[in-house]
Ligand binder design. Structure first.
Ligand SMILES: Cc1cc2nc3c(=O)[nH]c(=O)nc-3n(C[C@H](O)[C@H](O)[C@H](O)COP(=O)(O)OP(=O)(O)OC[C@H]3O[C@@H](n4cnc5c(N)ncnc54)[C@H](O)[C@@H]3O)c2cc1C
Length: 405
């Protein structure tokens, strides 16, 4: 048995390492325990190896949670500008890619090294691989049993992340501990995940695997757990179904058995927007083939696939009936399709659901009924949109917790 720690952080990923570094630098004696051989694996593989570490525009509107207000305090106290300052202080080069998304110029490893350097500054003790066997409350102290000994601490910070990518060590341990102490957990499910389709509802589109198209996508509805969304983003056709940023975003709002809606022309940028009737009622198009007209606004292969689906390939526009024109318009501007499912935890980027925010104090991330027990990062029922918001939540929730320890 060794000395009593101020805090033991279980999980040395984004939120855990960041929280430990901040708390250590505030003078706290912090121990990080992780079961992985290598730490920071999710950071390493994030953003295609360049880590989309935050978003310039991160705001509460970018998060899904049963309680939309929960993120407000933590995000206000540690906005993206603060993390950007830290990245700049470490002279890590970065660039904005799309809609405020910030990526490392060089490698995600720089963010991991920065987190380790911050922990070193705070004299944080990091031990791994260590198996945490149990956590017990002992008056105003906590006892953590591991495969290498027993540790005592004033606070326990659960930061074991979500369930995506089990191959790199994702577990439900934070959710198990929440349940052990009687905290409610919102059912976890994969989010920011590709959607799969059956041959029936996908038609001939799987032949276009690899094609990327800017679309407007809508998913969910007001009565759903996390409401509804609408995004203008790129959609990627794959052999198994649909992916790309548009579909990943929509997947977080999608509920089984429900359709998603795609306007294949909705993301065309034109002053005043794009009106499909303009294309269909244009007299100059009367003698053109259907697939040629569609190809003036869609990639050629997709235009042909849509014309094929409606049996209109090779038909002059003047010969296409009003009913067929209407059906084609519906297909390209309001394609309503029911996904068969998601590609699951192996392909998801984040977890929806987690420790119910009603159980936690939004200023500190501490359990309302178990003082000294904290939950941060992805294990909490807070899920960001694609684009750096999930890391921003890891930093902001870790910071709020560190201040409270
Ligand atoms: C492929 C991919 C790409 C992504 N890209 C981005 C991106 O570019 N931008 C963005 O904002 N978000 C991205 N994300 C999401 C982001 O990685 C997570 O939201 C973030 O890492 C969550 O931080 P966390 O600290 O809560 O969990 P993690 O970073 O996952 O850390 C959890 C830690 O807990 C440890 N652990 C798990 N179980 C146990 C246990 N039982 N005992 C001890 N330790 C345990 C793990 O080993 C790990 O070190 C991506 C996710 C994936 C899968």
């Amino acid at each position: 048995m060794s000395k009593t720690w101020d805090a033991i952080v279980i999980g040395g990923g984004a939120a855990g390492l960041f929280c430990a570094g901040v708390a250590g630098q505030l003078g706290k004696r912090v121990l990080v325990l992780d079961h992985a051989e290598v730490l920071g694996e999710k950071i390493r593989i994030s953003g295609g190896g360049r880590c989309n570490f935050t978003n310039l525009h991160s705001s509460p509107a970018n998060f899904l949670s049963l309680n939309q207000h929960f993120v407000k305090s933590a995000l206000a106290r540690y906005p993206s500008s603060e993390f950007i300052k830290l990245v700049s202080a470490y002279k890590i080069g970065y660039h904005e890619k799309h809609q405020g998304q910030l990526f490392c110029d060089d490698s995600a490893k720089q963010i991991i090294e920065m987190l380790f350097a911050e922990c070193a500054k705070g004299k944080v003790n990091i031990r791994h691989p260590v198996t945490v066997q149990s956590i017990a409350q002992d008056g105003d102290q906590w006892t953590v049993h591991t495969n290498v000994g027993i540790e005592k601490t004033k606070s326990v910070v659960m930061a074991t992340g979500g369930l995506p990518i089990p191959a790199i060590g994702a577990t439900a341990y934070s959710l198990d501990i929440a349940k052990q102490f009687g905290l409610k957990v919102v059912d976890p499910r994969p989010a920011l995940v590709p959607l799969s389709f059956t041959a029936d509802n996908f038609g001939n589109l799987n032949e276009l695997a690899g094609l990327s198209v800017p679309v407007r996508i809508a998913s969910g509805s007001k009565g759903h757990r996390y409401g509804a969304c609408r995004f203008n983003e790129d959609l990627l056709l794959t052999h198994k179904g649909l992916s790309g940023p548009a579909v990943l975003q929509a997947s977080s709002y999608w509920e089984e058995g429900e359709p998603i809606h795609i306007d294949w022309l909705g993301a065309i940028e034109r002053p005043g927007g794009f009106n499909c009737d303009e294309l269909f009622n244009n007299e100059e198009n009367r003698l053109k083939l259907t697939e040629t007209i569609l190809a003036s606004v869609l990639p050629q292969r997709l235009a042909k696939a849509f014309a094929d689906q409606k049996g209109l390939t090779g038909r002059k526009w003047a010969e296409v009936s009003k009913k067929d024109r209407q059906a084609l318009k519906e297909l390209i501007t309001n394609w309503s399709v029911k996904p068969a499912g998601t590609l699951g935890w192996k392909k998801a980027e984040v977890m929806l659901g987690g420790v119910d925010t009603k159980e936690l104090d939004g200023q500190t991330m501490m359990s309302r009924n178990h003082p000294g027990l904290f939950f941060i990062g992805e294990c909490v029922d807070v899920t960001g949109h694609l684009g750096g918001h999930n890391f921003q939540w890891a930093w902001a929730s870790g910071f709020a917790c560190a201040q409270a320890l």
